[in-house]
Every structure is written in structure tokens, then in C-alpha cells.
Write a protein that binds this ligand. Structure first.
Ligand code: ACO
Length: 434
């Protein structure tokens, strides 16, 4: 990692400390502050982790200034063009692209684990018919821990691998069943004659009374979306999975926590909110400038959803790819007026925002969520399933990070510190004297 240092001097006491600097393969170096408190009596202060590296990782690299995203060193553009989602899963989990035989073995293992325990059918019945699919996912993934107590053997490499395969395999079934439940249709079982993505669409849209034939264009577009969402280094949900997993909790519990974090509109929930926002823009008949002005107004909580990113300060490379798929898909399937209108409004909004000083100055570009919702809509996927599909795709990224952390002999429970600004020591006053 290199042996550069940074010196800090406490101006109050004159005390100095040399802090080691670690260089990664690419990206900014980090200052190792682990001994700072012990030697200098200070914590670092970084709410929202604007400048904090929480771990070292070999999985994904993002260069936000240049709009670069690499999975295990492979650019997202190349993977989007040549790969498939199961192959990307293998790459993220096992650090290399698989041979044909390795991929076949991996696919077989995933197919072997795709069924849910039949008791899960009863579990679904406990939800209100209109429960948000993400609420069912948070609960469903957590509930799976009860069926696999061996998953608690988090220090056993084989048990970790089995849990990872189970989660990747069962997530599409869980996701499709939450949709089926919400529309009152029978649960559809996985089909081993289909590939991962076609199987997911079959469970979403198939019914027992008819043979389901997945639309090839949809399968391709969905597979690409899964690839684009598979990992994104230490984002909020992945950091949550690492934090939960650091207590040696079951990976099912860790992923359930991650799904809860992804749900928020500032993170994965944005894809759902973007479509609501575009629909409102269309139905209100108001000029797009009206919404741009609202987004700029600090007294208005409205934000342009699908814009901005903590790391990308140039175009989000995933958004570039997804925008193109969206355009192609609508052309190929002959979009209805409503979907075309959504796409046209999104493109117009992008144009207006990217010419506006406020957005230029703050480097606010469309992110991956800006166009994904329009694709989902065109496929007939309901709004409240958008973030669920994001969760399905990100499952492998969460697991790759969890496995990397669990295999790291230096990993410790995550326990941030704080700057306390509450009251000093108080003396208890009995209730009758307050
Ligand atoms: N609309 C209007 N203004 C924005 C937006 C937006 N979408 N995003 C950021 N800004 C402004 C902020 O108000 C702030 O302005 P200021 O410097 O005058 O105070 C500046 O840009 C910097 O924004 P921060 O909120 O500090 O950036 P942060 O890195 O904390 O947040 C986030 C990133 C959460 C993605 C934010 O841009 C946002 O809320 N975007 C909309 C929601 C969204 O699309 N989320 C999906 C993210 S991608 C994903 O999770 C897959």
C-alpha cells in the first residue's frame, strides 16, 4: 500500500503525529487514522462520510470525475455489451470472469436454490393486499434467516458461499411473489429450463393456466439493467450490509437491512419517485422551467429526482447506457403514447437542467435511476416493483462485499464515534419538583 505519511500537529499542545497514507490501485489515497484517538485523543468528524474510506475493497472502482465504473477492473460499458447478469454475478463473487464450465456450474447451483420454503406462502398472506413490495422484501429476506440457521456460521467459507447462492437464487422468487400477492394472482414457481432473467420475468408475468413466453427484447433489457445495478462500491445500502454483517449477524439479516436502506428516495427508491415526478410534470401542464426553479429554491423541499450523485460529478456511465436502452426499447416495442411521453419529458428535462447554471455549477447530471423507471413502465412492471428489481440486482454486490469483509482477518465490528453536543451532566429532579 506504500509508506507515505501525513503529519498532523495539534496547535494547542504542539504534539505531532505521523499518519500513514495508503495508496490504492486507482483513486485517491487514504490517510490511516486508526491510531489517532489513542495517540492524540481526537476522533475525526465526517457526517455523511464525505471523505471517509470505511474499508479496503477489491470489488468495484468508481472515478466520479471521469464517469468511470469498473467491476473487478472491467468497464461497465464492456460488461453491458458482452456479458450476462449471471456471469457478472460470478465475476463479482469470484474475482474473475468464469470459464464456460464454471458458469454452468454456478448457474446450476443458483437454479437448485431458487425455490422458497412452502411456509413462505403463508408468510405472504399476512400482508395487506396493497403492502409496498419493498416492505415485503425487507421482511421476507429477514424471515429466510429462520429457515437456514447454518447461515449463522459466518466464519465458515462454505456456509457463506451457500448463503450467497441461496440469496441470489431466491431473490427473484421473493420479488415476483410480492408482485403476485399484490395483484391477487397465484404464486408462480421458478423454471429451471429458463435463464436467470427470463425465469424472473416468467415468475412475474406467468400464470398457471397458460404457457408463458418471455419477450426477448424485455429479457435483454432486464438483464442489462441487472448488470448496471449489480454493484456500486460503498453506497448507503452496501455500507449498511457491511455494518450489519460486521456484528456477525446472519447474511439474511444483513441484506434485509440493506434492502431497507435502498428503499429511501435518496437512494434506490429514486427510480419510483422519478416516474411520479415525470407524470406530475405531464399532467400539470406546467413548463419544465417551473420545476427547475422549484428544485433550485432552498425553501422548497422539491428536488429533481434522478439527478445528482455523491460520487459522479460527470455523467453517470450507467445513465448513459440506460438512456440508450430506453430509447431502443421504446422503438422496438412500439411504445404507447404514455411511455413515449414520459421518455420525451425526461429527455426535455435533462436538456433544460443541463443548460442551467445551478445544475452545471453543482455538477448535477442524470443518475441511473432517471431512465430505468421508464423502461420498467414500458415492460408493464408496476411502480412499487421498481426498487425491488434494483434490490434483486444489487443482491450480488451486497454479498460480494459481505463475503470480502467476512474473509478479511482485520475486519472488526463497525462502530463510528460522535461529537457529543447534548447537555452536560444533569442531576435527576423528581417529577413533583419539575
Ligand atoms: N435537485 C436539486 N438540487 C440538488 C439535487 C437535485 N436532485 N441534488 C443535489 N442538489 C444540490 C443540493 O441542494 C446542494 O446544493 P447547495 O450546494 O447549494 O447546498 C448540492 O446540489 C449538493 O448536493 P448534496 O445533497 O450535498 O449532495 P449529496 O452527495 O449529499 O446527495 C443525492 C446526493 C442524495 C443523490 C442528491 O443528489 C439527491 O437527493 N438526488 C435526488 C435523488 C436521487 O436521484 N437519488 C438517486 C441517487 S443514485 C442511486 O442511489 C442509485
Amino acid at each position: 500500500m506504500g509508506n507515505d505519511t501525513v503529519t498532523i500537529i495539534d496547535n494547542a499542545t504542539g504534539k505531532r503525529m505521523e499518519l500513514p497514507v495508503f495508496k490504492g490501485t486507482c483513486g485517491p489515497s487514504v490517510i490511516d487514522v486508526r491510531n489517532l484517538y489513542r495517540e492524540m485523543g481526537y476522533f475525526t468528524y465526517d457526517p455523511g462520510y464525505l471523505s471517509t474510506g470505511s474499508c479496503d475493497s477489491k470489488i468495484t472502482f468508481i472515478d466520479g470525475e471521469n464517469g468511470t465504473l469498473l467491476y473487478r477492473g472491467y468497464p461497465i460499458e464492456q460488461l453491458a455489451k458482452h456479458s450476462t447478469y449471471p456471469e457478472v454475478c460470478y465475476l463479482l463473487l469470484y474475482r474473475k470472469l468464469p470459464t464456460k464450465a464454471e458458469l454452468e456450474k454456478f448457474n446450476e447451483s443458483i437454479k437448485k436454490h431458487s425455490l422458497l420454503d412452502e411456509a413462505m406462502r403463508v408468510f405472504y398472506r399476512g400482508f395487506r393486499h396493497d403492502a409496498h413490495a419493498m416492505a415485503i422484501m425487507v421482511a421476507g429476506v429477514g424471515a429466510l434467516a429462520s429457515f437456514y440457521p447454518e447461515a449463522l456460521n459466518v466464519h465458515d467459507r462454505n456456509d457463506r458461499e451457500t448463503s450467497a447462492h441461496r440469496l441470489i437464487a431466491k431473490m427473484p422468487t421473493l420479488a415476483a411473489w410480492s408482485y403476485k400477492y399484490s395483484i391477487g394472482q397465484p404464486f408462480t414457481y421458478p423454471r429451471n429450463d429458463l435463464d436467470f432473467t427470463a425465469n424472473f420475468l416468467s415468475m412475474m408475468f406467468g400464470i398457471p393456466t397458460e404457457e408463458y413466453q418471455a419477450n426477448e427484447t424485455f429479457v435483454k433489457a432486464m438483464d442489462l439493467i441487472l448488470i448496471l445495478h449489480a454493484d456500486h462500491e460503498q453506497n448507503a445500502s452496501t455500507s449498511t450490509v457491511r455494518l450489519t454483517g460486521s456484528s456477525e449477524a446472519s447474511p439474511f439479516a444483513a441484506l434485509s437491512a440493506g434492502i431497507g436502506t435502498l428503499w429511501g428516495p435518496a437512494h434506490g427508491g429514486a427510480n419510483e419517485v422519478v416516474v411520479h415526478m415525470l407524470e406530475e410534470m405531464i399532467s400539470s401542464g406546467k413548463n419544465l422551467k417551473h420545476y427547475i426553479n422549484r428544485a433550485k429554491d432552498k425553501n422548497d423541499r422539491f428536488r429533481l429526482m434522478g439527478f445528482g450523485h455523491r460520487v459522479y460529478k460527470n455523467y453517470d456511465p450507467r445513465a448513459k447506457i440506460i438512456r440508450q436502452i430506453c430509447h431502443q426499447l421504446l422503438k422496438e416495442i412500439g411504445s404507447d403514447t404514455e411511455n413515449q411521453q414520459l421518455f420525451d419529458t425526461a429527455m426535455a428535462l435533462e436538456r433544460v437542467a443541463l443548460e442551467d447554471e445551478y445544475f452545471i455549477e453543482r455538477k448535477l447530471y442524470p443518475n441511473v435511476d432517471f431512465y430505468s423507471g421508464i423502461i420498467f413502465r414500458a415492460m408493464g412492471i408496476p411502480l412499487n416493483m421498481f426498487t425491488v428489481i434494483f434490490a434483486l440486482a444489487r443482491t450480488v454486490g451486497w454479498l460480494a462485499h459481505w463475503m470480502e469483509m467476512m474473509a478479511d482477518p482485520d475486519a472488526r465490528i463497525s462502530r463510528p464515534r460522535q461529537l457529543y453536543t447534548g447537555p452536560d451532566l444533569q442531576k435527576y429532579v423528581p417529577i413533583e419538583k419539575r
